[in-house]
Design a protein around this ligand. Structure first.
Ligand SMILES: [Zn+2]
Length: 407
C-alpha cells in the first residue's frame, strides 16, 4: 500500500488492533443471531510525509452498508463549543449579511444554526439523510452530497464560493484527503478562510489515546503533515489553535497560498512542539503499540479484580472509542454488564463485537453499579455531573485511558 497523501510505499506499522467490526454498527436483538463482519484495524505511518493512516483492506464496500447516524446535538459541551466558534469567527472575519459560510459535514445543523440566527447566509454539506433532514428543519439549506474536488468546482462554477469553509471532525474521516483538500481550494473565495478541526496526533501519542482509532477515522494528523497537504494544492496554513476537544485537537486556519495574511507565531510553536515530541522520527511511532497494550492490560486487570471482589461494573457512553477499547481488550458482558447512553438511537441495541446491551441512563438507578466506566473520557466531566446521583449508593467512576483511574 502507498501513502494516501504522497504516494510513497508504507513500510511501518504504527498500531495493530487486530480485527474489529465497524465501530458504529450497533446491533439489534435479531442481528445478534447473525454473523458479524470484522475488518482489520491497523495503522501505518509514512516515513516521508508522516501521515498516519488506516491500512486499506479488502471488501471495504461492505463497510458502509449500514446507515448509522451520529447526531452532534446530543452533547451539550459540543454545542457550546460550536456556538463560541460562530461568535469568534464572525468577529474575526467580520462576517455579515453579504458573507457566505459553508460547513462540510454539517450534521444536524449544530453549528450553522448559529450563523443562521445571526443572519449570515450559509450552506451545509451532509450526505447522511437523517441528520441533513434535522438541519433542514431548522431552516438551514443542505446539499446531501459527499464533499470533494468535483463538488468544490461545482460550487465555484455556480458562484457560491465561501468566505468561510468550516470542517469540524471531518478532515480525519475522509478516505481521499487530497481530493477533499482540492475541493476546499476550489470552493474558497480569493480572500476566504478555511478552518478545520481534527484530533492532534501529538496528543494521541502523548496520552496513549489508541481508542480514538477506528476504521472510519482514516487519517491521524499533525500540523506538519496538514501543512504539506495544503501546500500541495495551493493552500497555506496561516494560523493554528490548540483546543481541548477530543483529548487535544488542532484548529487550523487555511487560506490561498498567495493570500496576504502573515503566518501566526503559534504555527512555529506547534511545529516545534511536534518536532520535540519526535513526530518526525520513527522511534516514537514504533514504541506506541507497547504503550497501547499496557492500557488494554490495565483495564482488563481492573475488570477482573472487580468481578472477583463481587462488584458490579457498568459503562457510560456507547461511543466509537469505547468500542475500539472493549473489542481490543476482548471485554464481554460477563465483565461489563451493560452500557448507558443518552442517545435514543442506541438504546435497546448492542455494542458491535462485545454485544454489551445499551440502556437509557435511568438503568443506573435501577441496577446501582459499584463502578461506572466512562468510555468517552473526553466528556467525563459532563457525564459525572449528569449522573452524580451514583454517589448516593457509594458508586465510583473509572476511566481507562491514558491509565486506569478511579474517582
Ligand atoms: Zn506520505
Amino acid at each position: 500500500m502507498n501513502c494516501r497523501h504522497c504516494g510513497k510505499p508504507l513500510k511501518h506499522t504504527f498500531l495493530d488492533l487486530g480485527f474489529a467490526p465497524p465501530s458504529n454498527s450497533y446491533l439489534s436483538e435479531v442481528e445478534l443471531t447473525a454473523p458479524e463482519i470484522y475488518f482489520p484495524l491497523k495503522l501505518k505511518v509514512c516515513d516521508s510525509c508522516w501521515l498516519v493512516q488506516t491500512e486499506d483492506y479488502a471488501k471495504a464496500e461492505l463497510f458502509f452498508s449500514k446507515d448509522y447516524a451520529y447526531f452532534s446535538s446530543t452533547s451539550s459541551s459540543w454545542l457550546e463549543h460550536a456556538a463560541r466558534y460562530a461568535i469568534n469567527m464572525t468577529e474575526r472575519l467580520g462576517l455579515g449579511v453579504d458573507s457566505f459560510v459553508i460547513e462540510v459535514a454539517s450534521n444536524d445543523g449544530y453549528l450553522l444554526k448559529n450563523f443562521l440566527a445571526a443572519g449570515i447566509p450559509c450552506l451545509g454539506i451532509e450526505p447522511t439523510a437523517s441528520t441533513a433532514a434535522a438541519a433542514e428543519q431548522l431552516g438551514i439549506p443542505v446539499l446531501r452530497e459527499f464533499f470533494g474536488e468535483a463538488l468544490g468546482k461545482q460550487l465555484a462554477h455556480e458562484g457560491r464560493q465561501a468566505d468561510l469553509i468550516a470542517g469540524n471532525n471531518v478532515y480525519a474521516h475522509v478516505p481521499d484527503i487530497n481530493d477533499f483538500t482540492r475541493g476546499l481550494k476550489a470552493a474558497l473565495k480569493p480572500n476566504g478562510t478555511i478552518t478545520l478541526e481534527f484530533p492532534h496526533l501529538m496528543r494521541l501519542i502523548e496520552h496513549t489515546q489508541f481508542d480514538t482509532v477506528y476504521h472510519e477515522h482514516f487519517s491521524y494528523l499533525s500540523l506538519h503533515t496538514v501543512s504539506r497537504i495544503f501546500a500541495a494544492v495551493g493552500l497555506r496554513v496561516c494560523d493554528v489553535e490548540e483546543l481541548p476537544t477530543h483529548g487535544g485537537s488542532l484548529r487550523v486556519f487555511g487560506c490561498h497560498t498567495e493570500d496576504a495574511r502573515v503566518g501566526s507565531a503559534s504555527l512555529a510553536a506547534v511545529l516545534e512542539a511536534e518536532s520535540d515530541a519526535g513526530l518526525r522520527d520513527l522511534a516514537v511511532y514504533e514504541t506506541f503499540q507497547q504503550r497501547a497494550d499496557e492500557v488494554k492490560n490495565g483495564l482488563l486487570s481492573f475488570l477482573i479484580e472487580q468481578k472477583r471482589a463481587g462488584n458490579k461494573v457498568a459503562a457510560y457512553g456507547a461511543a466509537a472509542k469505547g468500542n475500539t477499547l472493549l473489542n481490543y481488550a476482548g471485554v464481554k458482558p460477563d465483565l461489563l454488564s451493560f452500557v448507558c447512553d443518552a442517545a435514543p438511537s442506541k438504546q435497546g441495541k448492542y455494542l458491535p463485537g462485545s454485544h454489551i446491551p445499551v440502556f437509557a441512563p435511568e438503568k443506573l438507578k435501577l441496577e446501582k453499579p459499584n463502578i461506572i466506566l466512562i468510555l468517552p473520557w473526553n466528556i467525563a466531566d459532563e457525564v459525572m455531573l449528569n449522573t452524580s446521583y451514583i454517589r448516593q449508593w457509594g458508586g465510583q467512576y473509572a476511566t481507562a485511558v491514558p491509565t486506569l483511574e478511579v474517582k
